[in-house]
Design a protein around this ligand. Sequence first.
Ligand SMILES: [Zn+2]
Length: 149
Amino acid sequence: MKARKPVCPYCNEPFDPSPFHPNQKVCLSPECQRRRRKDYHRQKITTDSEYRQVCADSRKKWRESNPDYQSRYRGRNEDYCQRNRQKQRVRNQKRRLSLIVKNNLAIDLKRLPAEVWMTGPGLDGIVKNNLAISQVLIFQTDGDSMEAI
Ligand SMILES: [Zn+2]
């Protein structure tokens, strides 16, 4: 009785393994082989520090031999530049807010009847990351309470 053909985990199609690789898990289609190599690379780079270093050195060498690639890429891809600037603005804002929080550690916020109001675009993502999209302004009132707006 003939054994069942293995099924490729990427395209879900049965395939004939190579006689030289009887334990082959992925079919030979270029797309499935590309995905297999990509998954291997991703897994290996997280578990093998030497492999990770070799990959980093390789990228560094490539950048050094193609020094104007990045500026040409930016010139061709305005959308990429816009998204990148927006993400950098969010990172800068997050860093500024974390500095404000650190500088206010001396205040015992638990004793203050504070309210926080958030405003800004993208409030639907607030559950994931409210520091990235909001600004916090802290005002001290003339009474003995403090409001955070
Ligand atoms: Zn396949």
